[in-house]
Write a protein that binds this ligand. Sequence first.
Ligand code: CP
Length: 337
Amino acid sequence: MRHLMSPLDLSAEELDDLLTLANDIERNPSKYAHACEGKKLATCFYEPSTRTRLSFEAAMLNLGGSVLGFASADSSSAAKGESVSDTIRVISCYADICAIRHPKEGAALVASSKSSIPVINAGDGGHQHPTQTLTDLLTIRSLKGRLGNLTIGLCGDLKFGRTVHSLIHALIRYPGVKFILISPEELRIPGYIREDVLKKNNIPFEELERLEDAILQLDILYMTRVQRERFFNEEDYVRMKDFYILTKDKLAAAKEDMLILHPLPRVNEISVEVDDDPRAVYFKQAKYGVYVRMALILTLLMPNSIQVSPEGVTLLMPNSIQVSPTSANTTEGGSIC
Ligand code: CP
């Protein structure tokens, strides 16, 4: 049984296969429509979420499975003092796989150590958000055609933005990647990522404060919001929150094929006037999140039933009927999870 705590839990080859599977799901949704019949996903969210929780739920429903769970700590027995360890032991009796979001770094890892079902980290404090990274990688690979040889600007709250931490971890495996880290002094990337991830692996990077000084050279601009919920006081948040606002005027200097990504939710950091620019792909990115979470659920629940090859993706049914990449009808054979 495997869990997903960090994007590095998948080898580069496994990650490649997972993204290929997600692209196949996007092209042939009906091929996967019954893949998880009879299986249940639990979404245990101790922190607010729109995209992650609902895209996980949409993913399992698209696979023919069912969902259960809670959307806030207050509506679970955490409010009565139950530990994450006890909760996951109980959830293991009710569901086949669990996605968990928690404000404390390491909470998902604790859950995975006590769980008898696969656990997916859906965000742990300011630490990691691996399924957002899978979404980001799928978006970049699908729309740019590659994950290497890219100059990537990461802009905003690089200190608390867990999506940025996970994305850097994942992208350093691809050749020719350069990072431009754009943030105010107080929200710079944590030292452990600068030293242990970037410098240690000889990854080229620059740290800048002004977006205008970087935008010209970027292939990808990854905007992030200032993470209000991680600040110790409101005053500091208010001072930082509008440090970056991407406008049409600022975009004028960018490459014509630069992509603008944002994990969302957006607050003020991208002006709504940018939404119509063809380079703005953050809503497409949210849609890719469903395909990649479908691919992840399949990969964790039925690792031996998916075969990815240069010829395409093959789904192996439990009674050994094979569904070829060109066949969309999977109603025979029932659940394959
Ligand atoms: N990107 C993301 O994690 O969004 P939610 O907080 O809405 O899940």
